[in-house]
Design a protein around this ligand. Structure first.
Ligand code: PGA
Length: 250
């Protein structure tokens, strides 16, 4: 079965609810009847409800950028998977490099979140990727193997099936430097190979691996032409509806 590409917008900490609503109004006509790819918008928590209401009936999905690994409790400032489900979110980004870098997330904490997202049937988009120093030291493969094993610890093939992985080389995020389609494909093969070892050939073959890191309208087509690349997680270039519309229509 061919893997249906997933193109996701990661708005990071941008846009008020009013700005988010305005964006959706401009964006939906650009992707009307778009069936080739799954399209998902990931706004900040405060805009989730507004965006979910605005995309109703369009086929566009909505995801959160983070969540906590408990259903409820005394965890000030956190958001539970039950809360995301209750408002109609369908996806959740986990372990983004900015969460790892600024908010002390680790493979272990991402693993706990991943289990919880799968339990509550949110489609997790789990981010992995090496920093520049690791790439320059020839450690890319080692890092990807360690992260893949770490985030998947204790998860069965049946449980992992809905999961999506995003390969996001940290040196390419927000820098304007994109991994070449070849570099990205090579990394995706490493990740898929490890998933095959851990969860079996069937799960690995069905797993969607997105590329993220300075995806723009002018490089999306070349990236998406790679057999190993099953979609994109787009930051900066997703903030403008026209620009993200062009990426979705690569
Ligand atoms: P970028 O961000 O497209 O701005 O590089 C990608 C991401 O962080 O998901």
């Amino acid at each position: 079965m061919p893997r249906k590409p997933l193109i996701a917008a990661n708005w990071k900490m941008y846009k008020t609810p009013a700005q988010a609503q305005e964006y959706v109004k401009l964006f939906l006509p650009l992707v009307a009847n778009h069936e080739r790819d799954e399209v998902v918008l990931c706004p900040s928590f405060t805009s989730l409800s507004v965006v979910i209401a605005a995309v109703t009936g369009s086929g566009v999905g909505v995801g959160a950028q983070n969540m906590y690994s408990a259903e409820e409790g005394a965890f000030t400032g956190e958001t539970s998977p039950l809360m995301l489900k209750a408002i109609g979110a369908t996806h959740v980004i986990l372990g983004h490099s900015e969460r790892r870098q600024y908010f002390a997330e680790t493979d272990e904490s991402v693993n706990r979140k991943l289990k919880m997202a799968l339990k509550h049937e949110l489609t997790p988009i789990v981010c992995v990727g090496e920093v520049l120093a690791e790439r320059e030291a020839g450690k890319t493969e080692e890092v990807l193997l360690r992260q893949t094993r770490g985030v998947l610890a204790g998860i069965t093939a049946a449980e992992a099936a809905p999961m999506v992985i995003a390969y996001e080389p940290v040196w390419a995020i927000g820098t304007g430097k994109t991994a070449t389609p070849q570099i990205a494909s090579e990394a995706h093969r490493v990740i898929r190979g490890e998933v095959e070892k851990l969860l079996g050939a069937e799960t690995a073959a069905a797993l969607r691996i997105l590329y993220g890191g300075s995806v723009k309208p002018d490089n999306a087509t070349a990236l998406m032409a790679e057999e190993e690349i099953d979609g994109a997680l787009v930051g900066g270039a997703s903030l403008d509806a026209q620009s993200f519309g062009k990426i979705v229509n690569y």
